[in-house]
Design a protein around this ligand. Structure first.
Ligand code: IPT
Length: 974
């Protein structure tokens, strides 16, 4: 006989969102539950209705996705386009279907109890059977599905539980998020038991005025509620009782026939400690459901944060404060499991975000694991909770398709029902990139009735016009809007909603240019309140190069510091043989796949600095507290003074007692030496005590200010070795293996490629400059070499004047860029050194990578790094490793021999093992072969990074102008 669940073909029935699934609720049943995670019997069918062979079982780890567990159904990456051509709600016949089976031993003492199966998440359709009997169906891949097994399993006896997971379904069309496609059970499976009389849901409202309201939904699995039940509770040990006023009103209400099973607890907590992202104060609430005889039938425990969220005018307020939203979009991702993320991993994600100054996440583009919200409550992060709806490829059809109406409302409602008690959740999001239609308004209507305490946002609605996004959005939340448009809106006088970009500053490859400019504008412009960087992860899956397979969970320990062990690589789109894919667009996060921070995080940390140097005047340094809720007492600090003579002086700093928004002048602890040299003051700010997200002593920010600009360069004494040139007029120098030549090009970043700049560079021929010597003139010891660099677009004239001095050589260069050479990558010199010079020490910005439009996070000081550690291993090799504002540097061998370079002005410098063409010749970091010597670039001008892979390019101020560029430097042997 055909299985009725299969006969129903629920994978092609969008109207059917579930069958016999229990309503979603906010009661945490994890404590005391029977975990069913571990190895399950597994078989992968080619289609849901294919016959299941009796043998041929393998095993599969639950939770996990079979796409990284050794099956032939591998991960695939497509952003917008669906991986199959069928229109919604249709799916391909070939539809991988995982059948998971295991025995469950239901404890004998559960006899008479209500027994519930919870499947944490399965993508995309879940069919449940027990002992061959159909139990239920669920869709909505990132929320749990619960089924009542009370009548089906027999306590004390084993039963066979089968979970069938169908990969492609009508639901896939609304789960078309920009991430890998997988199949499997991605969150924990568990079984729990309650008394038949139970808390079906508990809803908590807790405001900053200390008001607490707890609404309990009470049900009895046997049907009618028994007489005499009641609830009690306690909040951090303070007893709470049922609100009799509410009972009376309920009983007198003619609309209510009999007593529906509602009870309320209401109280006011005096002197309440409010919750916010800076001081996430939590209370523990326990709610007990009693039988008439006073015995406890059910208990629910949860943490409560007292806080308000409201929109007043065009401001989003948390506890009355207009907080900046320093957010990031976070997906569920892990380089080994694909999608399954442990609680420890989630904690590490969020702790890292806190350490780098973030205070918000958007759960792009579906609700996270329940543990994520517990952690955000605890660590202090605002959450925009997003429903699992992205109809991207067929957005327009689906947003108004009544067949999908139930799914939209169901997904949004289930998220709200589950997460409503978390103080961290400050906004509900109706989903992502699904156009805008009646289905959205229906879902918005449900939320507004059920939870009027939080705003709703939906980017697609805001597309209608930021001033009036309609019923589906209380926030103007565009994505990748150019800053000037945001500013124009905020200054237009027509703005009615807070403007908080749901996605901005696309972090693909070497990116996030102009982030500091965005924040300068946000902090200066009422109506602009922040945004969410796209995105947290580079979704590179650890892949064995030999057979192209995902390493899977066995790959633990095969990566670190952003790169992989030899023989492995970070796979991106196309690496699993997908016929159609979107390449490295999946690698667009602020962390590497192993959560190693990319340089942008240091930039962000500084932009978000809680304490800042407002100004430096003769009377001293003015410090300001830029937080919203707390003082500076949780911070410790040290002054650091970097001097041009090579010294760095330090002194303890005493942070003044400042309330949010306050400033105070403090005395400068140093006297400046009277050599007239450049001097930079940095305040190193660290955590004074252990924080839940960072140990004591963790750097929080390092605001800085110049105290004295650079003086004129020291005169050089004439003399030195005569200049040696080869027949092409190229410098011959014992420390260089390649003479300094003109460089106008860089290995294109993802922004350069996808934003169209790099294709234009190739048209101009900048990647294939041909040098031709024009003239060599000698004037005493001084030699002038003029060369032409020919590209398809024309010719650039390059002049080098070599002047030897005692102990070194001075090189004055100029390059004249005709108008055809507009917007090039760089103008500067490139040369290569002998092998063995493996340590770079520099005076300039650092220690991390910085570029002209991403240099706010790198203080000026004396820095040192092994050359190999300077390079950032972006997944698709590209321009990397630059340091901005370098005044001078040495490159040395362990025996202290080497070379020293002094620049005429702070310049962009990079020292790596790779020529630009080495980087462009490969597609993955594992294919790079480091050169023995160093490739050194000194740039008179270097183009900003921008974010044009998805969003605005850099600003005009960061482009390389045409015309004449001049730069000078000296080269000495150490
Ligand atoms: C936007 C998506 O919302 C996000 O999921 C991701 O794809 C991002 O872009 C780019 O990485 S949608 C895009 C069409 C602007």
């Amino acid at each position: 006989m055909t299985d009725p669940l299969i006969a129903l073909r629920p994978w092609q029935a969008p109207e059917l969102t579930s069958w016999r699934r229990l309503p979603m609720n906010a009661v945490d049943r994890r404590p005391g539950a029977l975990g069913l995670d571990g190895d399950w019997r597994f078989h992968l069918l080619p289609a849901p209705d294919a016959p299941l062979p009796a043998d041929a079982w393998t095993t599969s780890a639950v939770p996990g996705v079979w796409t990284v567990q050794g099956t032939d159904d591998l991960p695939g990456y497509l952003n917008v386009r669906m991986p199959f051509p069928q229109f919604p709600p249709h799916t391909p016949d070939a539809d991988p279907t995982g059948v998971y089976e295991r025995e469950i031993d239901v404890p004998a003492e559960w006899a008479g109890r209500r027994i519930v199966l919870q499947v944490g998440a399965a993508e995309s359709v879940l069919l449940v059977h027990v002992d061959g009997e159909p139990v239920g169906v669920s869709k909505d891949s990132h929320l749990a599905a619960e089924f009542d097994l009370s009548g089906t399993v027999r306590p004390g006896r084993p039963s066979t539980l089968r979970l069938t997971v169908v990969k492609w379904s009508d639901a896939s069309h609304i789960e078309d998020q920009d991430q890998w496609w997988h199949g499997g059970i991605t969150r924990s499976v568990l079984l729990y038991a309650t008394d038949p009389l139970h808390l079906a849901d508990v809803g908590v409202r807790a405001g900053r005025d200390g008001r607490l309201r707890v609404d309990c939904q009470v049900r009895d699995a046997r049907g009618a509620l028994p007489a005499g039940w009641y609830v009690t509770g306690d909040l951090d040990g303070r007893p709470l009782t049922q609100d009799t006023e509410f009972d009376r009103a309920n009983a007198e209400d003619e609309r209510v026939s009999g007593f529906l099973g509602e009870a309320r607890i209401e109280t006011v907590v005096p002197d309440v400690r409010t919750w916010n992202a800076e001081t996430p104060e939590l209370y523990t609430l326990t709610v007990r459901l009693h039988r008439a005889d006073g015995t406890v039938a059910d208990t629910a425990t949860q943490r409560v944060g007292f806080r308000d969220v409201e929109i007043v005018g065009r401001d989003l307020l948390v506890n009355g404060e207009r907080v900046y939203i320093r957010g990031v979009n976070r997906h569920d991702f892990h380089p080994l499991t694909g999608r399954t993320v442990s609680r420890e991993d989630m904690r590490a994600d969020l702790a890292l975000l806190k350490r780098f100054g973030f205070n918000a996440i958007r759960t792009a583009h579906y609700p996270g694991d329940p543990a994520l919200y517990d952690l955000a409550d605890e660590l202090g992060l605002y959450v925009v909770d997003e429903a699992d709806i992205e109809a991207h490829d067929h957005a327009h059809e689906i947003a108004d398709d009544p067949r999908y109406l139930a799914a939209f409302v169901d997904r949004v409602a289930r998220m709200v029902l589950r997460d409503k008690n978390h103080p961290c959740v400050i906004v509900w999001s109706l989903g992502n990139e699904s156009d805008y239609g009646a289905n959205h308004d229906a879902a918005a209507g449900w939320v507004r009735r059920h939870d009027p305490s939080r705003p709703v946002q939906y980017e697609g609605a805001a597309k209608r016009g930021w001033a009036d996004p309609g019923v589906a959005s209380d926030i103007a939340c565009p994505m990748y809007a150019p800053l000037e448009e945001c500013l124009a809106h905020a200054l237009s006088g027509t703005q009615t909603k807070p403007l908080i970009q749901c996605e901005y500053s696309h972090a693909m490859g070497n990116s996030n240019g102009t982030l500091a400019d965005h924040w300068a504008a946000i902090e200066a412009t009422p109506g602009l309140q922040g945004g969410f960087i796209w995105e947290f992860w580079d979704h590179g899956i650890l892949q064995r190069v030999s057979d192209g397979r995902p390493a899977g969970p066995a790959g633990t320990g095969l990566y670190g510091g952003g790169t992989t062990a030899p023989g492995y690589r970070w796979a991106y789109g196309g690496d699993f043989g997908e016929a159609d894919h979107d390449g490295a667009f999946i690698a667009d996060g602020v962390v590497f796949p192993d959560r190693t921070p990319k340089p942008v995080l240091f930039e962000h940390r500084e932009i978000a600095a809680p304490v800042r140097i407002e100004s430096y005047r003769h009377e001293g340094i003015v410090l300001g507290n830029h937080q919203h809720f707390r003082g500076l007492e949780w911070l410790a600090a040290t002054w650091e003074l970097a001097l041009a003579d090579g010294r760095t002086l330090t002194a303890p700093a005493h942070l003044p007692a400042l309330r949010p928004g306050e400033t105070a002048a403090v005395q400068l602890p140093f006297a400046l030496p009277d050599d007239g040299g450049e001097a930079w003051l940095t305040l190193r700010v660290t955590t004074a005590e252990d924080q839940p997200w960072a140990p004591r002593g963790t750097e929080v920010c390092s605001p800085r200010t110049p105290l004295r600009p650079a003086g004129p360069p020291k005169p050089t004494r004439p003399g030195g070795e005569p200049v040696r040139l080869d027949g092409d007029g190229l410098l011959v120098h014992p420390l260089l293996t390649a003479a300094p030549t003109l460089s106008l090009w860089r290995a294109p970043t993802d922004n350069d490629e996808l934003g169209g700049t790099a294709p234009r560079w190739r048209e101009l021929g900048l990647d294939a400059l041909v040098r031709k010597l024009s003239s060599v003139e000698r004037d005493g010891a001084r030699v002038t070499v003029v060369a032409e660099y020919a590209a398809a677009a024309g010719v650039v004239l390059h002049r080098q004047v070599f002047t030897p001095f005692a102990g070194g050589l001075r090189i004055d260069e100029s390059a004249e860029l005709p108008p055809e050479f507009s917007d090039v990558a760089r103008v500067g010199s490139v040369f290569e050194t002998v092998a063995g010079l493996d340590l770079l020490e520099w005076f300039g910005q650092g220690p991390w990578e910085s570029y002209p439009d991403r240099a706010a996070g790198a203080p000026v000081g004396h820095h040192a790094s092994p050359v190999d550690a300077l390079f950032t291993p972006y997944l698709r090799p590209q321009e990397s490793g630059g340091r901005h504002g370098v005044r001078r540097f040495t490159l040395s061998a362990p025996d202290a021999t080497g070379l020293a370079v002094e620049l005429d002005a702070p310049r962009q410098v990079s020292v790596t093992r790779f020529r630009a063409e080495d980087l462009t010749a490969v597609t993955h970091h594992d294919q790079l072969v480091p050169r023995a010597g160093c490739v050194v670039h000194l740039d008179a001008a270097h183009r900003g990074l921008g974010t044009a892979s998805c969003g605005p390019d850099t600003f005009a101020a960061y482009l390389v102008p045409t015309g004449v560029h001049r730069w000078s430097w000296t080269l000495r042997a150490l």
